[in-house]
Design a protein around this ligand. Structure first.
Ligand code: BGC
Length: 314
């Protein structure tokens, strides 16, 4: 039998047909349609049918569908409470998906919880009892492993590590608060600070590469320019590392985990990111022996694999 894992993001919906060894045997991606929950559910179900037909098996060979979203879920795992980047608020998505899928059981969870589950199944958290995942993308997600299992919050609403306050009265966050980890450590935040740096330093490499166009500044460009030694971009990158280091410290001092993994596109920076991050954490940490800080290993497939694993974690 197969499981289907669906990773709903603000740009694309990624769908994977996953076998018992957690391999994605067939995959597909459709644009996120920015429609209501029922219409999104219908498009997902139609794409899943196409995918299983292409595999020559049909939906009869699928024993569960797991779906992850970038937002909080109600305690019964049925309603998307707030997914700001999807524009979903109080959407009864599990029932809408269940209706679209008929008899195949549907499970719903937070995207970073799903990614954490994938790291536990096949990635950086294999064998761990206590571990923390930060996913750095449009938003900042958090996945927590406690007692060797995914922990989705005491009230099962998912953990929202990205919305823990980091800077009192700081930068505005998508959630309406100020100073959240997400407002300093997301790819969006790096791009925002990159634009400011470009505007303050029109003679910088960053400004030259972006042609002075704020829309051309993304996290990757800022990091690439920092790597090339551009002082304006490097200052943005250093501040990002300092904030991410503080976010890691908060988790280490709270949980004393074995591993903290960092995922998301920003991790493409490799040791350029991890070396200063480890130094930052060493300098601030209460414990001399503390969590290893490592790149997440499941990459872009984490969401689909974690979503497919939801039925096993239920
Ligand atoms: C959302 C989280 C999500 C994260 C990553 C945050 O803005 O609140 O639920 O896990 O973005 O997508």
């Amino acid at each position: 039998m197969y499981q289907i894992g669906v990773d709903i993001g603000g740009t694309n919906i990624k769908i994977g047909l996953v076998d018992d060894q957690l391999n994605i045997v067939r995959r597909s991606s459709i644009p996120f349609p920015h429609l209501d929950g029922a219409a999104v559910a219908a498009q997902i179900a139609a794409e899943c049918r196409r995918l299983t037909e292409a595999q020559g098996c049909g939906m009869e060979a699928v024993d569960s569908v797991g779906v992850i979203v970038p937002g909080s879920i109600d305690p019964t795992g049925a309603v998307v409470l707030n997914a700001y980047n999807l524009g979903f608020h109080n959407v009864p998505l599990r029932a809408q998906l269940q209706e679209a899928f008929g008899g195949t059981p549907v499970f719903l969870a937070n995207d970073a919880d799903g990614a954490g589950l994938a790291e536990l199944g096949r990635g950086a958290f294999v064998g761990c009892q206590t571990a923390v995942l930060f996913t750095l993308g449009t938003g900042v997600g958090g996945g927590l492993i406690l007692g060797g299992k995914m922990f989705s919050g005491g009230k099962k609403q998912g953990v929202e590590l990205g919305h823990m306050p980091l800077v009192a009265g700081g930068e505005a966050c998508t959630c309406g608060n100020k100073g959240c980890i997400e407002a300093y450590c997301s790819a969006t935040a790096i791009a925002r600070d990159g634009v400011r740096a470009m505007e303050a330093h029109p003679d910088s490499l960053l400004a030259a590469r972006a042609g002075g166009d704020p829309k051309a500044v993304d996290a990757k460009l800022v990091i690439d320019c920092a790597k090339e030694g551009d002082p304006a971009a490097k200052a943005v990158f250093d501040a990002f590392i300092d904030h991410l280091g503080s976010a890691c410290i908060a988790m280490i001092h709270l949980l004393d985990p074995e591993v903290i993994a960092i995922g998301g596109g920003v991790c493409g920076a490799g040791e350029f990111l991890f070396e200063p991050l480890r130094k930052n954490v060493d300098a601030k940490c209460f414990f001399s022996d503390h969590a290893k800080i490592v790149p997440a290993v499941m990459g872009n497939d984490a969401g689909m694999i974690g979503a497919a694993m939801l039925s096993r974690n239920a």
